[in-house]
Design a protein around this ligand. Structure first.
Ligand SMILES: [Fe+2]
Ligand SMILES: [Fe+2]
Length: 172
């Protein structure tokens, strides 16, 4: 086994955190779909898929490193939102929390001089930079449009389909 028992357990927790993010985004996307905001819905269904991919990256890593992937219980997602802004704000808060969680995993890896896990986690640090940045942009756009002019946001997302951020990032 290439990882410690402590690291194995911490990575299993993160598998749960990523699946939890995925389910929360499904709930938000469903809410947007019900509110007839198809572009926002599609955007969040796509985010949900990405979070599932993140969870699977952790699962594959734990197995490859000779550990045991055990998936913890996932807390219930928030399903009701008074405004679109509230749902996006929750998403941004969740992305910031995940960033802290990844930072803590990096700290543990360094403490254990586990450079293989540290190297594996580097991808997630870049991903979190991108996700927090693009969610902040989306929140700002929703705030600028206001709840009565969300079709501007729909139009923006339709025009920038497939592009997650308003600007080129270090990643692209
Ligand atoms: Fe994630
Ligand atoms: Fe994310």
């Amino acid at each position: 086994m290439l990882i410690s028992q402590t690291m194995n357990e911490a990575l299993n927790q993160q598998i749960g955190n990523e699946f939890s993010a995925s389910l929360q985004y499904v709930a938000i996307a469903s809410h947007f779909a019900a509110e007839t905001l198809p572009e926002l819905a599609a955007h969040f269904f796509k985010q949900a898929e990405e979070e599932r991919d993140h969870a699977m990256r952790f699962v594959n890593y734990v197995v490859e490193a000779g550990g045991r992937a055990e998936i913890p219980a996932i807390p219930t997602s928030q399903a009701e939102f008074k405004t679109v802004e509230e749902a996006i704000q929750l998403s941004l808060d969740r992305e910031k929390t995940v960033t802290e969680q990844i930072n803590e995993l990096v700290q543990l890896a360094l403490k254990e001089t586990d450079y293989i896990t540290n190297n594996f986690l580097a991808w997630f640090l870049t991903e979190q930079l991108e996700e927090v940045s693009s969610m902040e942009n989306l929140l700002r756009m929703v705030q600028r449009a206001g709840e009565n002019n969300l079709l501007f946001v729909e139009d923006y997302l339709a025009r920038h389909h497939g592009r997650k951020t308003a600007m080129p990032t270090a990643q692209t």
